[in-house]
Design a protein around this ligand. Structure first.
Ligand code: FAD
Length: 405
């Protein structure tokens, strides 16, 4: 891994997840090849080409919207499509098991709404393109942040120091930079009383490009996302948002009991026959910042707005952060080619405020509506409302366009 080879970075991204690399790519493209852009990541081999040599898909996969994929491919990011599957429909069922809403790519005039991609494949594809354009990768853990004459100074845990005109904090939901910058003081960071249990499953029924989701009577939310066939057999990726106690139980069930649980919750829609990998669990956290911008610093991705995975939008929101930064940096020449100028960061804040808040309120609201096992009438009202809305073509069109953005 190369080290920091310039005195002052124009843009220094902290966090080499998919969003951090997308922001670095956006900076190098928008500010030109002479711009000094670097990504600091604490994990040494992250992401690694070796992951992509593995025949089994990695356990965490994302539905990446067509709009985000288009933006990435237009900027030269190449994906291994053999390891991805297209989502053409999103089918939502309420606690009565009835289909309450179907969102189709057709409604948005698109061939597909999204593609399902592995976390590692996505991150590797973006970082490979960014580094080919000149972005530097620095291995290190950010320990402290200081102001210094119109610049930021970052100190790494091994005492190395890095200067930057703009710091992008893309260091995930437990963001240290959010704390160091003072942005956490007015942020909401709350653990959901649920964890995400994920596993890949082989199925007897083909998925036909449908991402399916069930809001179940016990308040848990089950999603089955399309995967590419495995040895000519249909496969799906399961994300089941459940209480911690249920996550403990699911992760220790035998394969047969696990498949029984999934099949009965999903009314045998996929008819899962095998579990490809062991079940894993992830904490679910809500992060909402009042303002993602501080002097010469922007918080992006999960560090600024982690959401419940029920809408599959977490990483998509972060990729839109990168696209909007790319757009505001187009005007950098008007402010002395300064990527951290307050005028540009103010524009970024205004553009991202509404859409981010809307997605956070929608996912958190849906979670609360359906996490009411003690108030079944509220859940029933949610089912009925969703069915009613699902019948309105204009509403479906709006949702399908939003899902593909
Ligand atoms: C169960 C589950 C399922 C999900 N499913 C979906 C889905 O279907 N679709 C979707 O869009 N999203 C989904 N998400 C959300 C998705 O995982 C996140 O939105 C995404 O990982 C955020 O990317 P990021 O780059 O902001 O942060 P991260 O991926 O968390 O990356 C942060 C990076 O920063 C590095 N880092 C942290 N601190 C430091 C430091 N001090 N110094 C240096 N480096 C540091 C970390 O090592 C890490 O590499 C899901 C999440 C969960 C939990």
């Amino acid at each position: 891994m190369s080290d920091f080879s310039f005195d002052v970075a124009d843009v220094l991204v902290v966090g080499g997840g998919p969003v951090g690399w997308a922001c670095a790519l956006a900076a190098q493209i928008a500010l030109g090849k002479r711009a000094r852009v670097a990504v600091v990541e604490r994990e040494l081999s992250h992401p690694s080409a070796a992951d992509q040599a593995e025949p089994t898909l990695a356990s965490r996969v994302y539905t990446i919207s067509s709009g985000n994929l288009r933006w990435l491919t237009e900027h030269g990011v190449k994906f291994d499509l053999a390891r991805s599957a297209a989502v053409t429909d999103i089918v939502v069922s309420g606690r009565d098991g009835q289909e309450s809403m179907r969102i189709s790519a057709n409604d948005a005039g698109e061939a597909e709404l999204a593609k399902v991609l592995e976390h590692e494949a996505l991150t590797l594809a973006i970082s490979t393109r960014a580094q080919a354009l000149g972005v530097q990768k620095v291995h290190g853990t950010v320990a402290s942040l200081h102001d210094l004459d119109g610049q930021k100074l970052i100190e790494l845990a091994d005492r190395r120091m890095l200067n930057a005109r703009l710091v992008i904090a893309a260091d995930g939901m437990q963001s240290k930079l959010r704390d160091l910058s003072g942005i956490s003081a007015t942020a909401i960071v709350r653990s959901y009383p649920q964890q995400g249990v994920v596993a890949h499953l082989l199925c007897a029924q083909p998925h036909r490009g449908a991402a399916r989701q069930w809001f179940l009577p016990d308040g848990t939310i089950l999603a089955l996302l399309p995967l590419p066939d495995v040895d000519q057999t249909a496969a799906v990726s399961m994300v089941w948002s459940v209480s911690e106690a249920r996550a403990d139980q699911l992760c220790t069930l035998s394969e047969a009991d696990f498949l029984d649980a999934v099949n009965s919750a999903s009314q045998h829609a996929a008819a899962a026959t095998h579990r490809i990998n062991s079940a894993q669990r992830f904490p679910l956290t809500l992060v909402r910042v009042a303002n993602p911008v501080a002097e010469r610093l922007v918080v992006v991705g999960d560090a600024a707005h982690a959401v419940h995975p029920l809408a599959g939008q977490g990483v998509n929101l972060g990729l839109v952060d990168a696209r909007v930064l790319h757009d505001v940096w187009q005007h950098a020449d008007k402010v002395g080619a300064d990527p951290g100028h307050a005028l540009l960061l103010g524009r970024y804040r205004r553009e991202r405020f509404g859409p981010t808040l809307a997605m956070q309120l929608a996912t958190d609201g849906l979670f609360r509506l359906y996490n009411q096992a003690d108030h079944p009438f509220l859940m029933a009202a949610g089912d009925a409302g969703m069915r009613l809305l699902g019948r309105l073509p204009a509403f479906r069109r709006t949702l399908s366009t939003a899902a593909a953005q």
